[in-house]
Ligand binder design. Structure first.
Ligand code: HEC
Length: 156
């Protein structure tokens, strides 16, 4: 099924170096669920009985995109996923589950001009998506096609 693979011209999505210094967009908690459609890749190889938490970060070009509604080439968005663990009265940030990345680049024509990748846990090289971006990421993100496939909203 050639149509579901990135064309050969689509480069590997680079690891988003330094994203922890970028602007924070929003955070969320993903409640524990058995619905595989609701979990991101490899969720089940890392037990998360209390669910997951996420922090979204955006580089400067992506911030411009949130503001103007038009994400320029080079915009990068990151979702940093962590397992929630019990710590006294708190559900606190536990081990990292994965790093979701979207990078704005016209060469990713098959996936709406966004390159999608999911780096496993703390790895900068272990990729969970590769050529499967259409099924694993884009098919859901097209639901936000009126917003250039970006779901989250920046609230200054
Ligand atoms: C079932 C639907 C669904 C799938 C599949 C999915 N996402 Fe998302 N994604 C979302 C939603 C909803 C948000 C907004 C989350 C929030 O606001 O906290 C989001 C947010 C993001 C963001 C931050 C920018 C934005 O759109 O808000 C990135 C980056 C991202 N996803 C990457 C990925 C990658 C990479 C994959 C594939 C491994 C993927 N997503 C698969 C639904 C999905």
């Amino acid at each position: 099924m050639i149509a579901t693979e990135n064309p050969p011209s689509a480069p590997e999505v680079p690891f988003p170096d330094g994203y922890r210094m970028w602007q924070h967009v929003s955070s969320a908690v993903l409640k524990p669920t058995n619905d595989p459609a609701a979990s991101t890749p490899k969720a089940d190889d890392l037990a998360a009985p209390h669910g997951l938490m996420s922090n979204i970060y955006a580089n400067e070009k992506a911030i411009e995109g949130y503001r103007t509604g038009d994400f320029p080439e080079g915009a990068v968005l990151v979702v940093d996923w962590f397992v929630l663990e019990e710590r006294g009265p708190m559900l606190a940030q536990g081990p990292r589950k994965s790093v979701n990345v979207m990078v704005r680049d016209a060469r990713y024509a098959e996936t709406g001009g966004w390159g999608f990748e999911d780096f496993n846990r703390d790895s900068r090289t272990e990729r969970n998506v590769g050529p499967k971006a259409v099924q694993m990421c884009f098919e859901c993100h097209t639901k936000a096609k009126d917003r250039e496939c970006v779901f989250s909203v920046l609230k200054p």
